[in-house]
Design a protein around this ligand. Structure first.
Ligand code: SF4
Length: 590
């Protein structure tokens, strides 16, 4: 494995992933051996190994079964299925079985919300779980049947494309867009991208031409293109479909970005949950090299560009571009202090453009059909189309491509939503809309979104939705800065307290304060956006939260006097002096 990765320290994460695939976990002596072979401090290997949730520095079992725990998986019954599996295997969630055979736990959204409940079995996605599949899975585990021999239909991942427009309906052949870009030349191509007003599809909506020009103009020994395929936003799965069925267009888009910024090297950062795509994508890149569509002197036109695929390992924060670059360099995915920005100081300190999968695919279309054509679609401030991943309480979950400017109501109607109470417009990190806002438009100037649309009907308890989001962020915070590290944990505990019926108005005020504090003081977008949806739910559905309040007075999170009973037992005391007074029993141990 070390030789395959050229003993290159920036390959550390890939080395650890490959080693774990062979051995199931990363024992201390293996970590030491890797450190010595790469000539890096052991602590560097250890910090990377312990940062990513899919890497295990403790024995993790022959079978590692991780249930996707997005709110949509919960709505489809993942909790009951996980309990059933644990019961049949005689184990507790999160704990390795005594014989070291199996561990069952949860993980953040796996990008299968349109075909959940889902789980990862040793990193491989299994969709459409039901009671029968769980029963059979328990039998297969007990019989020690290798996961490669499990029923192949369990591993089927459908595209679920429900509505196509210019992107999903394109008829371009592999390399056609790249050939058109080469005909235009770098300057002509950039002019077309500028004319198109293409904006990044990850959600922030930064102008692609500005990003590419800034990167091209930045001084460096080398320039890099990164395709951000780490779509970890709960409820998002559009990039999964683009990579699965439109990969050539994405690769053309990356080559075109390379041409525009003067780069000969690109990386696809593929989220670990999409490991099942890796071999096929690698094979297609190899084919393209043979066909002269990738690598040296592409199409004999004097332009060289090649692509490596790097795998992530279960860290949502790596969707943030500077954290992604850290991860690509083999380090823990912690966001960098900015400025400087990646366009001037990115991968290995060199000018780097990081683009969303969808943005690159659209750039390829623009290279062929021109910027003016693109501008005729969508709205003046949000040109083109947007891919929406629609899941939750809808009759037809899946991918919808709409021109920007479509209303939320139109999307709901197309997806067969009924009796809708709320829609989260950008996963757990975006806004939550109620029925009075369904006339609003999907566009950067109105409802901006990276594409995750989760729908909740009137049967749903929005406090449980808020709780799921709060725990997601508490789990995914990288811990670098205090407002986010502490704030996400505090918000999760406050919502737990409300759900347990022990909340007071004071707790609601605390949540509102946390929202302001985290938005203003967090180091990166994760902390800035972690409480947006929860705060929207508080303001749009106040009765859901207020109905859970225990009293108008402050309520402690738990009974402290009762919690001290064991201490009283150990000291043999149970007199009044060994009990907390009524004034002290109100101490909140937050
Ligand atoms: Fe890490 Fe959260 Fe701070 Fe971002 S805001 S750097 S995720 S702790």
């Amino acid at each position: 494995i070390l030789v395959q990765h050229r003993r290159e320290p920036s390959q550390l994460l890939q080395i650890l992933i490959d080693v774990q695939e062979q051995s199931g976990w990363l024992p201390p002596d293996v970590i030491s051996a890797i450190a010595s072979a790469l000539a890096v401090p052991r602590v560097r290997v250890e910090s990377t190994a312990s940062f990513y949730s899919f890497l295990h520095t403790q024995p993790a079992g022959e079978y590692r079964l991780l249930f996707s725990d997005n709110i949509t998986d919960r709505m489809l019954g993942n909790t009951g299925l996980m309990s059933a599996l644990c019961e049949q295997l005689w184990l507790e969630p999160g704990r390795l079985s005594e014989d070291g055979l199996v561990r069952v736990d949860t993980t953040s959204c796996t990008g299968m919300c349109d075909q959940g409940p889902a789980l990862l079995a040793n990193g491989r996605a299994i969709t459409r779980l039901n009671v029968d599949r769980i029963d059979e899975m328990a039998h297969l585990v007990r019989s020690r049947v290798p996961i490669g021999d499990w029923p192949p239909e369990w591993f089927e991942v459908a595209d679920n494309i429900q509505r196509r427009d210019v992107l999903l309906d394109h008829r371009l052949s592999p390399g056609e867009a790249l050939a058109a870009a080469l005909d235009r030349g770098a300057a002509g191509l950039l002019a077309e991208i500028e004319r198109s007003s293409l904006r990044g599809r990850g959600g922030a909506g930064f102008g692609s031409d500005i990003k590419w020009r800034s990167c091209r103009d930045a001084w460096g020994d080398a320039h890099y293109v990164i395709c951000n395929a780490d779509e970890g936003e709960p409820g998002t799965f559009k990039d999964r479909v683009l990579l699965n069925s439109y990969f050539d267009l994405v690769v053309d888009g990356m080559c075109i970005a390379g041409l525009a910024i003067g780069s000969s090297k690109g990386f696809i950062y593929l989220r670990g949950e999409y490991r099942y795509l890796l071999d096929r994508l690698q094979a297609r890149l190899a084919q393209r090299r043979e066909q002269g569509l990738l690598g040296r002197n592409i199409m004999g036109r004097g332009f060289s560009f090649d692509i490596d695929i790097h795998l992530g390992a279960g860290a949502y924060i790596c969707g943030e571009e500077s954290a992604l670059i850290e991860s690509l360099e083999g380090k823990p995915g912690k966001p960098r202090i900015r400025p400087p920005f990646p366009v001037t100081n990115g991968y290995r300190g060199q000018p780097t453009t990081v683009n969303n999968v969808e943005t690159l695919a659209l750039a390829a279309l623009i290279a062929v059909r021109g910027g003016e054509w693109f501008r005729t679609i969508g709205t003046p401030a949000s040109t083109g189309t947007k891919l929406l991943s629609v899941s939750g309480d809808v009759a037809r979950p899946g991918i919808y491509e709409f021109p920007f400017g479509v209303t939320v109501a139109d999307v709901l109607q197309a997806a067969g939503a009924r009796d809708t109470l709320a829609v989260t417009s950008a996963g757990a990190a975006g806004h939550c809309l109620d029925e009075h806002e369904f006339g609003r438009r999907i566009a950067f100037e109105d409802v901006a979104t990276g594409g995750s649309i989760m729908v909740f009907d009137r049967s749903r308890d929005m406090l449980e939705v808020a709780r799921n989001f709060a725990h997601f962020f508490a789990h995914e915070s990288c811990g670098f800065c205090t407002p986010c590290r502490v704030g996400t944990a505090v918000v999760a505990r406050l919502i737990d307290k409300l759900a347990a019926g022990r909340g007071s108005p004071y707790d609601l005020e605390e949540m509102a304060k946390m929202h302001v504090l985290m938005q203003g003081a967090s180091h990166c977008g994760l902390g800035n956006t972690a409480t947006i949806a929860v705060n929207d739910m508080l303001s749009r559905f106040p009765s859901v939260f207020e109905s859970r309040l225990q009293s108008s007075e402050y309520e402690p999170a738990f009974d402290l006097d009762a919690a001290l009973s064991r201490a009283r037992q150990m000291t043999g005391r149970d007199d009044p002096g060994a009990h907390l007074g009524s004034n002290l029993s109100a101490i909140d141990t937050h």
